[in-house]
Design a protein around this ligand. Structure first.
Ligand code: SF4
Ligand code: SF4
Ligand code: SF4
Length: 811
């Protein structure tokens, strides 16, 4: 199913799928497609009953596994109810059903978050022009793989997206309603609904991406996107620093636009944390990328930002206190995150700025992003000026100080007045940023009781670091930067109230200032031409897998582990795509040659390619690429054909999502949606925290269908699981290779995949895997390097060669 490039002209021609296509020939075809799309648009529905059937098939192979953190339910006032030891709640629910209900709720929260973001983008597009034609890259024919597969529609303008959003919102409301006490009462139906919510999340991601790419003219899938600087050390603190935190591009672009309009863009540092950073990097080289969510605490505590602008998602719940401690004014911009701040949307910018500078307001809510642009730029200049003045005051003698005041240096915050004699200068000092009390003196107060060591969840040897620091050796303390997760437990338990996170930042100051890396600008969708190039090698197994790295690695060493996983598999010719914080994590690592992986590997969707797709919502393109392979390479029709597409992906495309790190509800929803598309996920580490998995039986062969003749075939358990949690990076390394095996692999493809699996197993576990008997169908598939040992293993297991299914399917 394809439409021609949007810039085609009648009478011309173009090439697609190796065919020369004459537009005269396809005009009627395109008209037909558009008519089909319009027909579907009249009554958009997602056909849940059919999808539910698919879920039950899927879950018959991959059983839900629960590891409840709690066996009480407190969700309504009949309770709280004890569900332990097979007891039921007052409403009749048992622990298994309750767990699946929580899974549904988690998936719904994640999906709603992305749907709300998509709604915001679509509304902005509608405001702009409801009928404006959506633009896609001319080399992309399948512009909306998720939307088209689910709804049959190829959206042409904002009104189309608006209609699809209405459908998303209706489905989400129904799903949430199912979680009410006294509604759904079957755990598989709860799971089916959780999968539905995940898929709706994925649909919302694609809607948001299409809307924002069009609104802000972002990269549309071009290769060779530029390398951008990332890291705390790339921020020039001599200039006023505006930090945008969150996931929306809207406030940041307005800040850049206003700075450019006032011609002050060279005098400002506009930077972002989390997906806002990647978003801004897609639209402007003016903005700088501080890093992923894991950098939020340290960067705020560093006192570098002069103004913090918040949009939505992944904002620390204590951001208000953190900014207040560091005297950084906050501008909240969304109803989703208002932090109790006064709504100043209708106030004049000058009045807002004055109130903040006078210290009357710690921050404001401004729901008009244009106004946010103006206030943030002007406020940042004035706060920076106050801070500089305060700094000078600290180093000035009283005489010099009087001179400075009489020179008018403090007039900026006006309330101090030019006749200020010292006390009222506190307003200027207010913005000076938190000056850590003398750290050396603080350390001396430590009684070395060791309590902090005992409570630190990542087991940092804090007492030893303090002992070292007392002798002026800060190396161990500095090494905690990147390992400390900022939980604050050490300070809570310390009888001396030691501000440990501040001390770590102080010790690591040089390291922080030198932190400079490179990341590719987010590129957006995968082009059709790239899919044509790699479709066959992926489906046959010559390219052993496509790994999609996602999730928020805000736990100790998380960033490095994400990069090491990427590096291991890039070296082996897998395609690695990443989005959101995972894309930034990869950038914060340099290999032995001192290069980041983005410098080392091309950003082509091809063997050994490393792609930054963009922010979290760009995860849509990872799922979209699998759909496109099914459609472009295997010609599986798209329109409202979710089940066939997902069955194809599950059995034939070696794609795997790895969500490494703490998993927000959004990441949960993305991963659960991917599962419904037949894409397995590995989550971790700290596997015990993930409360629901979908596990296959890895000990037994799997019975599937061969669609070619309808026969039943005994096949390998591949993919082995649908949602698996790995306890450690080593386990993830090994499991990833195994999760990319598919029944459809050719003998050559299987040999390549098994060679990687065996090599990696040997490298990280020191032994050969013991389950090769399931995966070797023919002697030709035995990795050469270990042939004798493996043959012995097969002999012991009574192995015999077998035929592979020609068209494997679970339908
Ligand atoms: S929802 Fe059911 S199990 Fe939970 S508190 Fe209410 S009655 Fe008890
Ligand atoms: S808990 Fe406090 S006093 Fe005890 S060792 Fe740690 S920092 Fe020192
Ligand atoms: S704040 Fe950092 S050092 Fe302190 S307990 Fe938490 S992880 Fe450990």
């Amino acid at each position: 199913m394809f439409l021609p490039p949007s810039n085609y002209k009648d009478g011309s021609s173009f090439s697609a799928r190796g065919l020369n296509v004459d537009f005269d020939d396809i005009d009627s075809y395109i008209k037909e497609k558009k008519e089909v799309s319009k027909a579907y648009a009249k009554s958009i529905s997602l056909d849940y009953p059919k999808l539910r059937e698919w879920d039950f098939k899927l879950l018959s192979h991959f059983k839900p596994f629960y590891a409840p953190l709690c066996d009480m339910c407190c969700m309504c006032t009949y309770g709280k109810c004890d569900l332990s030891e097979n007891k039921k709640g007052a409403c009749g629910i048992n622990l298994e059903k309750q767990q699946s209900r929580l899974v549904l709720l988690t998936s719904c929260i994640g999906a709603s978050t992305h749907a709300a973001h998509a709604r915001d983008m679509v509304d902005r597009l509608l405001e702009h022009d409801p009928e404006r034609e959506l633009k896609y890259d001319s080399s992309i024919d399948i512009t909306s793989p998720i939307i088209t597969t689910l709804t049959g529609i190829i959206p042409q303008n904002a009104s189309d997206l608006d209609q699809i959003m209405a459908c998303v919102e209706k489905e989400l409301t129904n799903l949430m309603a199912s979680a009410h006490t006294g509604q759904e009462g079957d755990y598989l139906d709860f799971e089916s609904k959780a999968l539905h919510a995940g898929m709706i999340d994925n649909l919302s991601l694609e809607i948001a991406e299409i809307a924002q790419i069009n609104l802000y003219d972002l990269n549309k899938g071009q290769e060779d996107t530029p390398l951008l600087e990332i890291g705390m050390g790339v921020i020039d603190r001599e200039k006023p620093v505006i930090l945008a935190i969150g996931h929306s591009i809207a406030p940041g672009t307005e800040i850049i636009d206003y700075a450019e309009k006032m011609e002050v863009e060279e005098d400002l540092e506009i930077c972002g944390l989390c997906c806002s950073a990647i978003e801004l990097g897609r639209t402007s080289s003016r903005s700088k990328i501080v890093g992923p969510i894991s950098r939020q605490l340290m960067f705020i505590k560093s006192g570098a930002p002069d103004v913090v602008v918040l949009d939505e998602q992944c904002i620390r719940a204590d951001i208000f206190e953190l900014c207040a401690e560091n005297h950084i004014p906050i501008i909240a911009t969304s109803d989703k995150c208002s932090l109790g701040l006064p709504d100043k949307t209708d106030e004049a910018p000058a009045v807002i700025i004055n109130e903040i500078l006078k210290g009357e307001l710690p921050g404001v809510l401004i729901r008009d992003v244009k106004k946010v642009g103006q206030v943030a730029v002007e406020l940042s200049h004035q706060v920076k000026e106050c801070r500089k003045t305060a700094q000078e005051m600290k180093t000035s003698s009283p005489e010099d100080l009087k001179l400075t005041q009489s020179n008018g240096r403090c007039y900026i915050c006006s309330s101090c007045g030019t006749d200020c004699e010292g006390e009222t200068l506190s307003l200027t000092e207010h913005f000076a940023g938190q000056e850590c009390e003398d750290p050396q003196a603080l350390i001396e107060e430590c009684i070395e009781c060791g309590q902090c060591d005992r409570v630190c969840p990542v087991m940092l040897p804090l007492t030893q670091a303090i002992k070292d620091a007392k002798t002026d050796d800060k190396e161990l303390m500095a090494s905690f930067y990147g390992k400390c997760v900022g939980c604050g437990k050490c300070s809570e338990e310390c009888s001396q109230d030691m501000p440990m996170v501040n001390l770590i930042r102080w010790a690591a100051q040089d390291k922080i200032e030198a932190e400079k890396f490179l990341i590719r600008s987010g590129r957006g969708p995968i082009q059709d031409v790239e899919i044509r190039r790699v479709g066959a090698p992926i489906v046959f197994g010559d390219i052993p897998g496509v790994l999609a790295l996602a999730g928020c690695s805000n736990y100790s060493q998380g960033e490095k582990e994400v990069a090491l996983i990427a590096e291991e598999y890039l070296k082996r010719g897998y395609i690695v795509v990443a989005a959101g914080c995972a894309a930034m994590d990869i950038a914060l690592y340099k290999d032995e040659d001192g290069e980041t992986l983005y410098e080392k590997y091309s950003d082509r969707f091809d063997k050994g390619g490393l792609l930054n797709l963009g922010p979290c919502v760009a995860n849509a393109h990872a799922i979209g690429s699998a759909i496109k392979i099914a459609n472009i390479f295997a010609r599986v029709p798209l329109e409202k054909n979710f089940v066939d597409i997902s069955d194809y992906i599950l059995n034939r495309i070696g794609v795997c999502v790895i969500a490494w790190g703490a998993m927000s509800q959004k990441a949960f929803a993305i991963a659960t949606g991917a599962n419904r598309w037949g894409i397995p996920t590995i989550i971790g580490p700290q596997a015990s925290k993930y409360r629901r998995l979908y596990l296959g039986n890895e000990e037994e062969p799997r019975t599937i269908k061969d669609k070619r003749d309808g026969s039943t075939v005994v096949s390998e358990p591949a993919p082995v699981h649908l949602a698996y949690s790995a306890e450690s990076m080593n386990e993830c390394m090994v499991m990833t290779a195994k999760m990319c095996i598919r029944p459809n692999d050719t003998p050559k493809g299987r040999l390549i995949k098994l060679t990687n699996y065996v090599d990696i197993h040997q490298k990280y576990y020191g032994i050969l895997p013991s389950d090769l008997v399931h995966y070797i169908r023919d002697e030709k598939e035995i990795p050469f390097k270990y042939k004798d040992e493996i043959l012995n293993q097969l002999k012991d297991a009574g192995w015999e060669p077998r035929m592979a299914a020609q068209e494997p399917s679970i339908l």
